[in-house]
Write a protein of this length. Sequence first.
Length: 429
Amino acid sequence: MTSTSQGPRRRRSTVLAGGLMSMALVAAGCGGAASEDGPVSLTYTFWGNTDRGDLTTEAIAVFEEKNPDITVNITFADFESYWQKLATEAAGGNPPDVVQMDYTYLREYADRGVLLDLEPLVGEHIDVDDLVGGLSEAGRVGDGYYAIPIGSNMMSFQYDAAVWDAAGVAPPEIGWTWDDYAAAVATVTDANAGSPWGGMDIGEHLHMFDVWLRQNGGQVYTDSGELGFTEDDLIAFWNLNEQWRDAESVIPLSAVDQAIADTSLAVGSTASEFAWDNFMPSTENNYGSELTLAPFPSDTDELGLYAKPSMLMSVTTRSDHPEEAARLIDFMINDPDAGRIFGANRGMPATTTQRENAEFEGVNARIEEYETSLEGELGPTPAPPPPGGAGVERLMQRLNEEIAYDRATVADTAARFMTEAEQILADAS
C-alpha cells in the first residue's frame, strides 16, 4: 500500500516475493481480443497482495458467470511495481483495458490521454447513483469523468485506548483541539517514560497538512492544480509540530526505525498515530492489541476530513471494448456479490448496496462505524492532485527532516519548500 498517496507510511514499499504476479482466468486469448463466435476478452490490472488477487479471482468468476459474453485476464503487483509497469505499458501504447487508478496519479494519467472519458458510458453501462456521499464527484478531472471509485477511506486518529486510559487521558472525540492532543500525548509519554511515546508529529505528511489546512479554510491544491496555501500557512503548521518535538512528547525522528516497513504504532514505539483508516487492520495485527479510531483534533468547527477514494477503476483509451470494460467496472462497484466477496479489502465499499452486503467484523466493523459516524461532518472530496503531486509529497518528507534534525529553521525551510514545490509542479505540467 500507498506509496506517496498512502499516508504516513515512511518511504517504504512492500514488494511481493514473486515480483509481478499474474493470473490468467481463461485458457487462451489475449487482452482486448475477441473471436467472431467467442466472448470478448478484457485485461484488468491492479495493485495488491495475493489475498486481493484471490478475492479478485473469485469476483471475476462471478462476473463471467453473469456476463458470459466477456472473459477477463487479471494481472497484479505490489504498488511500486504496478506503477512502473503501467507507465511502461502506457508509454508503449499497450495498456490493459481496465486499470486500477490511485487518486494521486489520476490527473496525470488523464492529462496524458491514457484514460477514457467515461461520461458517455455512465447511466447506460455504469451506474454511479449509489456512490456514498462525497464520492459522486471523485474521478472527475476538468470536464471529464476518468475513474470510478471502488472503495473509500478517511484520515483518522488511531490509538491504544487501554494505554491512554491507564495514563488517565480521556478518549478523544469530536471537539478536541490540537492543544488537547499535545497535552494528551505528553501525558501518555510521561506515564510510560517514552516506552511507548504518546504520539507522533505530522510535519512530513502532505495529506495531514491538507487536513489542517481544510480545518482553516484552505487546501493543499486549488482545483486547477496550483498550490493552495501560503508560506505563512506552512510555517504555522511546521511550528505546531516543532512545539511537540521541543516538548519531547512525540517520538523523535531519530527513534523511528527506517529499516522496517511498519509504522511506529504498529511496532509499539508509539501509542497513537494519524493514518488513513484502511491501514488499521494491518497496524492492529502487527501491534497485537485492539486499536480505536477517532477524528483529528481541530481548533475550528471543521474537522478537515473527507471521503477519499482508496482506489478507482478506469478504462484506457486503447481498449477495443470500452462498453464491456464499463460493465466490469459497474459490477465491481455495484454488484452485491462483489461487495460480499471484497468486504473492506479495497477500503470501505464505495456504494451503499455493497456496504449493506459486505460483512464487517472486528477491526473492519470499527472502521465502518467510524466512517458512518462522521458522514455528516465531512467536507467535499478535493480534486485529484496535479502531475508532480507525488514529488511534492516526497519534498515535504525530505524538508521536514531538515527541521527535525535542526539543520534548518522553519522559516527558511518553508521558503525553500514553496520554491521547489512550484518548480516540481511546473516541470510535471
